[in-house]
Design a protein around this ligand. Structure first.
Ligand SMILES: [Zn+2]
Length: 213
């Protein structure tokens, strides 16, 4: 049996992290693995910003933003508590035990919104504590820094525990250079995690990025 693993996709907004996550999920489902995607409730967003549409639409919308369409045939659950998260992990693992491939693939989107207490759950997954007889594969995607260039500690914790880390860059909305920073252009000037899209955020390079005041 292959080993349990964690792969992290990180970078600024508009860098294709979620596309990479969805692609990993699609590949796993084509390979007939049990696939379950999670998005923290705090990360729910729609075109207007705040309130939450059904999570499946989020994945579809983020895909279409980059001009690509793919049918997502795995469950995407918006989790609001750690209990809910663990329940879902147990269910998916139980399905994997009964499956032919004996592989459970989990996708975590917007990990910067996760509570710090989710990290021990990730560790238990990697240690095989939810199901010993299957292979658990975790793919996680999240912002590495906020709009003030301050790292998100949950993302860093995931990176530290990862087998592989992919850092993506976006394209600077101002000059077209490679961009590794997220610029806040509207919304609250002191709210660190404010759900939004290109209505309040842009990707910016080091020269064009400005710390919000
Ligand atoms: Zn620039």
């Amino acid at each position: 049996m292959s080993q349990n693993s964690l792969i992290v996709f990180t970078g600024p907004m508009f860098s294709g992290k979620t596309l990479a996550l969805v692609n990993a999920g699609l590949r796993a489902s084509y390979a007939q693995q049990e696939v379950q995607a999670f998005i923290p409730v705090a990360g729910l967003r729609n075109k207007k910003g705040r309130s939450g549409p059904p999570p499946k639409i989020i994945f579809t919308r983020i895909k279409t933003q980059n001009g690509e369409e793919a049918y997502i045939d795995f469950p995407v659950t918006a989790v609001s508590s750690l209990e809910e998260l663990e329940d879902q992990i147990r269910h998916t693992s139980a399905r994997a035990i009964l499956s032919r491939t004996k592989v459970a693939t989990f996708l975590f989107d917007e990990v910067q919104f996760l509570q710090q207490e989710a990290i021990p759950i990730i560790e238990r997954m990697l240690d095989g504590e939810y199901a010993r007889s299957i292979t658990t594969r975790i793919f996680a995607s999240g912002l590495d820094m906020d709009a003030w260039k301050k790292p998100f500690s949950v993302t860093l914790e995931m990176i530290a525990r990862a087998n592989e880390v992919y850092k993506f860059s976006a394209v600077c909305f101002s000059c077209g250079a490679d961009a590794i920073f997220t610029q806040k252009i509207a919304g609250s000037a002191n709210q660190r995690v404010e759900a939004g899209d290109s209505d309040i955020y842009e990707a910016r390079c080091r020269q064009c990025h400005i710390i919000p005041e």
